[in-house]
Design a protein around this ligand. Structure first.
Ligand SMILES: Cc1cc2nc3c(=O)[nH]c(=O)nc-3n(C[C@H](O)[C@H](O)[C@H](O)COP(=O)(O)OP(=O)(O)OC[C@H]3O[C@@H](n4cnc5c(N)ncnc54)[C@H](O)[C@@H]3O)c2cc1C
Length: 618
């Protein structure tokens, strides 16, 4: 995944934080061996001036540039009078890439600075290669399950795999996606500048050895690296992080996975499918602590108990020593509460999946008076960077893992797009509660919004009732046809107004199914509206259809995008545009529609939809 020649940053020394305050409040140190991923040799060889020249042969989206006024001063240093770019992004991971593409679409002259390889964690060391490995593990799991195969009437001889072939699949996919990302930016005229970037002052960035460029706005999108707690020695062979594991250089007989979050869980799926035994080490009292408790209970029943997985909960791995001189990997376990010694494990390998640490060192944040919090760059809800005095730093934004709001690829990209919207004059605040998350095990887990305990706590505080609706995959024809009836979908909602507070799915293709719920939350669609939407039969999407229909909403309340619109856009001949008087938004019409009794309204819509459907299919 990395380029063949990986050199440490010798020109801009990356002094990582040697100590980092963990979420539990204890002090951890980051491993010295975990250097920034390595900088391509050509980065050192290339002439800085070629980077600075704006190439006229590139295709640019013709559009009038939006005027963005520069701040007067920041922390005393005067801003430049004219700018090389409208927008400079430091870090070409998925966050930076999403921001860059949207910026050119908006007509901004954009540069992106990358110190390693385009694509960042997600493409090179995260989502992409891990999903390639999971695609293999899914198939292996299926082929190895004789009972499953027999239930289809299929006979398969013993399934096997070629480790290097599997590793190549992951590597090749990463390369392909990385090239796609690079080409998409080049084609749109984004200047890709190579070298380590840092903020020199207001609207001023340095990259590589001594290239200085200016921009009206700067986005920091420098991402994160694996977080390794103090006492754990990573050698990259027997004690590894996800960076190493994704290369699949070996498949150990017995591997301990420290941390049972989504990364640990996905790797347990891969390793057990490829024949390893797994031992989870989890500091909290239950596995999968980040998930809705009911979902993690079911997930444990399906993803952990029947597999070759055992676990220790409520313990810390206080010391892990790599295998050497014929000795196995040694893991010292202490009680998470009393800190007393509990056990010593001897395993073939250990994967450290204890979270991610922001990669924000050496960024020159002191030049704009920004103080990180546990390494994360503080931002407001618009991703505007906040300085040490609690004031916004003009024209400086931070997106993605580096701000720690929601460490997911699509969240990083969405934040980048949100920033571009703002700097081009459209205020935009991203609703993080509408951003879905998924764990790509077999079957998958997905979620959006609040868990049930979180929703109940919020309801108690704010004085509203919370209800829960559930449906099972066992009632879904498509899931049963696939012999994949194990799964549930659960929705947490307000019965008084039909607001969706959270949706959690465990089952086949849960990661794809969640989007109907997340889009409903993002658009403010209420249950009483979405339950009228039509789903093709037989599809897995009917799991959510059933879920919405299972909810009991007390009132007739609806959203601004709700009944009124559905009613206005349907006539006997099917969908139509609004009539002239409907084009004028009218409060009274809205009220009339809202006051229509729900049952007659439902009947009305149902009749219209059925008439439309019958016309389409007959
Ligand atoms: C094993 C694993 C699996 C994952 N699976 C998923 C998944 O399925 N779905 C999902 O949504 N998320 C997943 N993630 C998380 C996802 O990868 C991250 O949330 C995402 O990559 C964050 O994007 P980013 O743009 O903020 O940072 P990154 O992707 O980390 O990119 C930052 C970039 O900035 C560059 N950089 C850093 N500092 C500098 C500097 N000073 N100058 C120049 N360049 C610099 C880096 O080289 C890097 O290319 C996974 C992560 C891991 C580890």
């Amino acid at each position: 995944m990395q380029s063949a020649v990986a050199l440490p940053f010798s020109q801009t020394p990356l002094t990582r934080p040697s100590r980092l305050l963990g979420s539990t409040g204890s002090i951890f140190s980051t491993p010295r061996s975990l250097r920034f991923c390595g900088l391509r040799r050509e980065a050192f060889c290339s002439s800085p001036s070629t980077h600075l020249t704006l190439r006229s042969d590139r295709v640019r989206i013709p559009s009038t540039r939006f005027k963005v006024s520069a701040a007067a001063t920041t922390n005393g240093a005067p801003p430049p009078k004219s700018f090389d770019y409208d927008l400079i992004i430091i870090g070409a991971g998925v966050g930076g890439h999403g921001a860059a593409l949207h910026a050119v679409e908006k007509g901004l002259k954009t540069a992106i600075i990358e110190g390693d390889v385009v694509g960042g964690t997600c493409v090179n060391r995260g989502c992409v290669p891990s999903k390639a490995l999971l695609a293999v593990s899914g198939r292996m799991r299926e082929l190895q399950n004789e009972h499953h195969m027999k239930s289809f009437g299929l006979q398969v001889s013993a399934a096997g795999y070629d480790r290097q072939g599997v590793a190549d699949h992951a590597n090749n996919l990463a390369t392909k996606i990385r090239n796609n990302l690079t080409n998409s930016m080049k084609a749109l005229g984004v200047d890709i500048l190579t070298g380590f970037g840092s903020v020199l002052g207001p609207q001023k960035v340095k990259y590589g050895k001594d290239n200085i460029i200016t921009a009206k706005n700067i986005i920091i999108a420098t991402g994160s690296v694996p977080f390794v707690p103090k006492g754990i020695e990573v050698d990259g062979k027997t004690v590894i992080t996800s960076d190493h594991a994704l290369k699949l250089e070996s498949v150990p007989d017995w591997i301990a996975i420290v941390g049972s979050g989504y990364i640990g869980l996905e790797f347990s799926d891969v390793y057990t499918a490829l024949g390893s035994e797994v031992t989870f080490i989890e500091a909290l009292d239950q596995l999968m602590p980040g998930f809705d408790p009911e979902i993690s209970k079911l997930a444990q029943r399906v993803l952990i108990n029947p597999r070759k997985i055992d676990y220790h909960t409520g313990v810390f791995a206080s010391k892990i020593t790599p295998a050497k001189d014929g000795k196995p990997v040694m893991i010292e376990l202490i009680d998470a509460k009393t800190k007393e010694h509990k056990d010593t494990l001897e395993v073939d390998a250990a994967l450290i999946a204890t979270g991610r640490a922001p990669f924000t060192n050496g960024l020159g944040l002191e030049n704009v008076n920004v103080v990180t919090q546990r390494g994360f760059i503080p931002v407001d809800e618009r991703m505007r960077v906040i300085d040490g005095n609690g004031k916004l730093v003009p024209n400086l934004y931070c997106i993605g893992d580096a701000n720690g709001k929601l460490m997911l690829a699509h969240a990083a990209s969405a934040q980048g797009i949100s920033v571009v919207e703002q700097v081009t004059g459209r205020d935009h605040v991203l609703n993080h509660l509408s951003i879905p998350a998924a764990c790509f095990t077999h079957p998958e887990i997905s979620m959006v919004g609040l868990t049930e305990p979180q929703a109940r706590e919020k309801g108690e505080k704010e004085g509203f009732k919370v209800s829960v609706a559930k449906t099972s995959f066992k009632a879904n024809t498509k899931a049963l046809a696939e012999n994949e009836g194990e799964g549930i979908a659960k929705m947490i909602y307000r019965p008084d107004n039909g607001e969706i507070l959270g949706v959690h799915i465990f089952g086949l293709h849960a990661a794809d199914l969640i989007h109907e719920a997340s889009n409903a939350i993002a658009l403010g669609t209420r249950i009483q509206d979405i339950k009228l939407a039509v789903h093709a039969h037989p599809t897995l999407s009917e799991v959510l259809d059933e879920l919405f229909k299972a909810a009991k909403v007390e009132g007739h309340a609806t959203t601004k995008t709700g009944d009124a619109k559905i009613k206005l856009n349907m006539n006997e001949d099917g969908p139509r545009g609004p009539s002239d008087d409907e084009k004028q938004p009218s409060l009274s019409k809205d009220l009339i529609v809202r006051s229509t009794s729900l049952s007659s309204f439902v009947e009305d819509i149902y009749a219209r939809v059925m008439s439309l459907v019958s016309r389409v299919f007959v």
